[in-house]
Design a protein around this ligand. Structure first.
Ligand code: ACO
Length: 327
């Protein structure tokens, strides 16, 4: 038995802020952001929109496309680094109630930008083992609500969005998640971090303590890590399955920075056309970026049944991983 992505849906907030608009309030420029990242704009949630609000919009689309009612779901796995609440309750539980998935368990997973890749593999394990039948895997972020808008090193990078996939059982030899690689490198934990608000550094409300509630990043450390692990992941998948790039229709990487993908592509000797990129429109939406890309590719008819695709995720933790999928 295979675990198959039966449908996919996505949602981004309507408000798109261009680099030029951002440069009116932050010391930056369209030229710097484009040349250093490939980002042209980002979609930003309204003040009253939380992660679950975006997730529900994406989930409803995916459920409708799957032709499935919420009661049929056994499990909701929601990947996020910017959930409705810090820690608990999980955003997955808020979504479960909102859509009426009365027979489902619900949990969040914290794997940074690799969250959706991790979630797909967890769903595959649950389905192939026979423990679950119908699983919703979502990746959702409202990173702009946990961004320090005075820190130009980070605030130009992120955007908000949600993507969701319905994963069910499929027949051997057909469409499905064929393999995944999940890895972590916890030594890099300090490089991408929200320091306050947990048990390590409870939020005190004193002086500048609020600054540690925002995303902090050592950009160059993350950059080097990302280029290395993207290169390694592709090599590992190719070796495990005896593949060449000619066998792969598209590589769908986490959309963090176009330069990371260019550097990995160069090391691998793979043409850039093999990588699907939409970072110019959405910026880095962390756990949402891969399902947003898959949804866009599906809607545009870029993905054909039977195509082999490779997802590549990397992010806070540090985590990385990928899924080999027959679409
Ligand atoms: N606008 C203008 N100038 C800027 C900006 C900005 N927004 N940000 C930094 N600069 C300046 C710096 O101050 C520095 O100036 P200086 O030379 O006078 O000191 C100069 O630009 C170069 O800064 P660097 O940090 O060296 O720039 P770099 O080329 O490394 O690019 C970047 C920075 C884009 C952040 C890059 O390091 C990167 O992409 N890192 C990886 C980030 C990433 O992938 N994050 C994903 C994970 S996010 C997640 O998982 C939630």
């Amino acid at each position: 038995m295979l675990a198959q992505i039966r449908s996919i849906g996505a949602y981004v907030p309507e408000n798109a802020v261009t680099n030029d608009q951002l440069a009116e309030t932050v010391d930056t420029s369209d030229e710097w952001i484009r040349s250093h990242t490939g980002i042209g704009k980002r979609h930003i949630a309204t003040d009253d929109q939380a992660a679950s609000d975006l997730a529900v919009r994406a989930v409803n689309i995916a459920m409708e496309r799957a032709g499935m009612s919420p009661e049929e779901l056994d499990l909701i796995i929601l990947a996020t680094a910017s959930g409705d609440y810090p820690g608990f309750p999980s955003t997955a539980c808020i979504v479960q109630e909102a859509i009426g998935a009365v027979n489902a368990g619900a949990l969040d997973i914290s794997a940074g930008c690799t969250g959706f890749v991790y979630g797909l593999e967890m769903a595959r394990g649950m389905i192939v083992s026979g423990c679950s039948k119908n699983i919703l895997v979502a990746g959702v972020e409202v990173l702009t609500h946990i961004t320090n808008w005075k820190d130009r090193d980070t605030c130009v990078l992120f955007g908000d969005g949600a993507g969701a996939a319905v994963v069910t059982s499929g027949e051997d030899g057909g469409s499905g998640i064929l393999d995944s690689i999940l890895r972590a490198e916890g030594s890099g934990a300090p490089y991408l971090i929200r320091k306050a608000g947990g048990s390590r550094q409870p939020y005190t409300g004193k002086d500048d303590a609020y600054q540690d509630l925002f995303i902090q990043m050592d950009g160059q450390k993350v950059y080097k890590f990302a280029v290395r692990v993207n290169t390694d992941l592709v090599g590992m998948f190719f070796q495990r399955h005896n593949l060449t790039i000619d066998d792969i229709a598209y590589i769908v990487p986490h959309q963090a920075n176009v330069r990371i993908i260019q550097a990995a592509a160069k090391r691998l000797g793979i043409p850039m056309e093999k990588f699907y990129l939409n970072i110019e429109e959405y910026a880095n939406t962390s756990a949402a970026s891969i399902p947003l890309a898959l949804n866009e590719m599906s809607e545009k008819g870029i993905l054909k049944r039977g195509d082999l695709i490779l997802t590549l995720g990397f992010g806070a933790g540090l985590t990385y991983g990928g899924n080999l999928i027959r679409w």
